[in-house]
Write a protein that binds this ligand. Structure first.
Ligand code: GAP
Length: 478
C-alpha cells in the first residue's frame, strides 16, 4: 500500500474523510469530512482567518453567495476561457488532461537523464500552450512523442478537446438560457464584485485586503487522488488591493508570508517549494504556486497571483459601475491592482494528513501516529480513568469537562490503556491524560506526550495550562 492509500484507509477508519453518499456507492470526486476531519479542517480554517483577518488591521472578511449574477462569469472570462484540454484513450475509455500527460512525459524524460529531449519537448509544449490552436498542438506532441495511455499502455488517442469546468444550473422554474446560472468556480469573484461596498463600509484605504473562505465547484473531468482534486471544494482566498505599479513589492511580501504560514502549521520546509507559472492566466502578470511533495509527487496547494486590474476593469465594463478608488495620498483616481493568495482548504488538509502520518515500532509493535501540529490536531486531549472503579471514572469525566472549556477533549474508558493510546495516536491527539490511584490521593494526573510517549505528573488544576504551553512550544521531533 502506498502512503496515499494508507491515508485514505485511515481517514475512513478513524473518521477524517468519507466518500460522499457512501451507502449508495459514493459520488466521484466528492467527499464528506467525518468527526475528526471536520475539526482538522476547522482548525486550519481558523488559523488562516486569524492570520489574515485578525492579525492585519487592513484585511476585512467577507462571505459572498455561491450563486452570482451570470454576467459575473462573462466579465471574469470563465464562460469563454475556463477550459481544460482533454484527450480520451480509446483502449481504456479513460479521459486525461492533455497538458498533464505531456508534463508527466517531460518529467519521465528528465528522470531518465534525457535532458536534451526533455528540453525540446518542453519548448514545444510552451509554444503549444501559447498558441491559438492549443488543442491541435498538444495533440501533435502526444502523437510525435508516442505518449501512451497511463492505464492501458495503448497508443490510441482521440483528438484533444476543450471542456468548460463550470457547473451549470437554472434559477427558478424555467430551464432556458435566460435563467442559466453557474455555481462559482472560485470565491475570488465574490470579492471583486463587492470591492466598492466592502471598501466604503470598512473605510479601508489602499493597500488593503478582503478575505473569504467558501465552497467552489468545478466539473473536473479527471478528478482523482482523494481530496486533492474534487468537484466541490473549499478555497481560502484573499484579494489585496494595491496602487498600480506597487504590485510586485506586495506580491513578493505575500509570497513570503504565505510560505511561512504553511511552515507554521508544522509542514517541513523541505517538503514545500515554489513553482513559477510558465504560462500566465489571461489576467495575471506574475504567478507562483506553493507546491507540496505529496505521495504522488510535487503538486500545487496554493497560488499567489498578481492579477493586475483585469477583474475590476472587466466588472466596471460589464456592469457600468465605477470600480475606481480615489487615493488620498497620491491625490489621484485609479482602478486598483490586485495581488491574490488562493489556497485550497481540502488540499491543505490532505497535506496535513500526509505530513502527520508516521509508522513507528514501539516495544515490538507497530503504531500509526498522526503527528499534527497540536494546535491543528482535531482533539487536543483524551482523558482516561485507569480502571472503571474507585472514583476514577468520575474524576476523569470531571477533568474532561474542565478541559472542554479550553479545547476539544475526549473521554474514553473502554479497552486497555495501550489500546486507548493507539486509538488516540491514530487520531493525532497530542495529550493523553490518565487518572489513576495516585491521582485519587495527590490530585496529580499522568500526561503522556503523543510524539515522545514520555509521561509526566501534573497537578490536575494545572493540566489545561500545561498542555496549552506545550502546544505553543511544539516542534516536530526528528
Ligand atoms: N482565484 C484563483 C484560483 O481559483 P486556482 O489555482 O484555480 O486559482 C486555487 O485555485 C487553489 O484552489 C488551488 O491552489 C487548489 O489548492 C485549490 N483547488 C483548485 N481546484 C481544486 C479542486 N478541483 N479540488 C480541490 N482543490 C482545488
Amino acid at each position: 500500500m502506498d502512503l496515499l492509500e494508507k491515508i485514505v484507509s485511515l481517514s475512513k477508519r478513524r473518521g477524517f474523510v468519507f466518500p460522499s453518499s457512501d451507502i449508495y456507492g459514493g459520488l466521484a470526486a466528492t467527499y464528506d469530512y467525518g468527526p475528526l476531519g471536520v475539526e482538522l479542517k476547522r482548525n486550519a480554517k481558523e488559523r488562516w482567518w486569524r492570520d489574515m483577518v485578525y492579525r492585519n488591521d487592513n484585511i476585512e472578511g467577507l462571505d459572498a453567495a455561491i450563486l452570482m449574477h451570470p454576467t459575473v462569469w462573462k466579465a471574469s472570462g470563465h464562460v469563454d476561457a475556463f477550459h481544460d484540454p482533454m484527450i480520451d484513450d480509446k483502449a481504456s475509455k479513460r479521459r486525461y488532461r492533455a497538458d498533464e500527460l505531456i508534463e508527466r512525459h517531460i518529467e519521465k524524460l528528465e528522470a531518465r537523464g534525457k535532458e536534451e529531449q526533455a528540453g525540446r519537448v518542453r519548448e514545444r509544449f510552451l509554444a503549444a500552450l501559447h498558441s491559438d490552436n492549443m488543442p491541435k498542438e498538444l495533440h501533435r506532441i502526444i502523437l510525435d512523442e508516442e505518449i501512451r495511455g497511463p492505464d492501458s499502455g495503448a497508443f490510441d488517442w482521440t483528438e484533444v478537446r476543450q471542456f468548460n469546468l463550470m457547473f451549470e444550473t437554472h434559477a427558478g422554474a424555467v430551464a432556458d438560457d435566460e435563467t442559466r446560472i453557474w455555481l462559482r468556480p472560485e470565491t475570488a469573484q465574490g470579492i471583486f464584485v463587492n470591492f466598492r461596498l466592502a471598501q466604503e463600509t470598512s473605510r479601508q484605504q489602499i493597500p488593503f485586503g478582503i478575505a473569504q473562505i467558501g465552497k467552489a465547484f468545478r466539473n473536473e473531468i479527471v478528478a482523482r487522488r482523494f481530496i486533492f482534486r474534487m468537484r466541490e471544494f473549499e478555497q481560502m482566498e484573499m484579494q489585496y488591493f494595491v496602487a498600480p505599479g506597487t504590485q510586485m513589492e506586495h506580491f513578493e511580501d505575500w509570497r513570503e508570508r504565505r510560505m511561512q504560514w504553511h511552515i507554521d502549521n508544522g509542514v517541513r520546509p523541505e517538503r514545500l517549494r515554489w513553482h513559477e507559472h510558465e504560462k500566465l492566466a489571461h489576467y495575471a502578470d506574475a504567478a507562483f504556486d506553493v507546491q507540496y511533495d505529496f505521495p504522488m509527487g510535487w503538486q500545487e496547494i496554493e497560488g499567489i497571483h498578481s492579477r493586475t486590474d483585469f477583474d475590476l476593469r472587466r466588472h466596471q465594463e460589464f456592469s457600468g459601475k465605477k470600480m475606481e478608488y480615489f487615493d488620498p495620498k497620491r491625490q489621484e483616481k485609479y482602478i486598483p491592482y490586485v495581488v491574490e493568495t488562493s489556497a485550497g482548504l481540502d488540499r491543505t488538509v490532505l497535506m496535513l494528513l500526509c505530513e502527520a502520518y508516521e509508522e513507528e515500532k514501539v516495544e515490538g509493535e507497530e503504531r500509526v501516529v498522526m503527528k499534527f501540529h497540536p494546535e491543528i490536531a482535531p482533539v487536543k486531549a483524551a482523558v482516561f480513568p485507569l480502571v472503571k472503579r474507585d472514583g476514577m471514572p468520575e474524576a476523569a469525566r470531571a477533568l474532561a469537562a474542565d478541559l472542554r472549556e479550553h479545547f476539544k477533549a475526549f473521554y474514553d474508558e473502554s479497552g486497555s490503556i495501550g489500546k486507548r493510546y493507539r486509538r488516540m495516536d491514530e487520531a493525532g491527539t497530542p495529550f493523553c491524560v490518565t487518572v489513576d490511584g495516585e491521582t485519587m490521593e495527590t490530585g496529580a494526573v499522568t500526561i503522556r506526550d503523543r510524539d515522545s510517549m514520555a509521561q509526566e505528573r501534573v497537578a490536575t488544576e494545572h493540566a489545561a495550562a500545561w498542555m496549552k504551553d506545550r502546544m505553543k512550544a511544539w516542534r516536530r521531533s526528528a
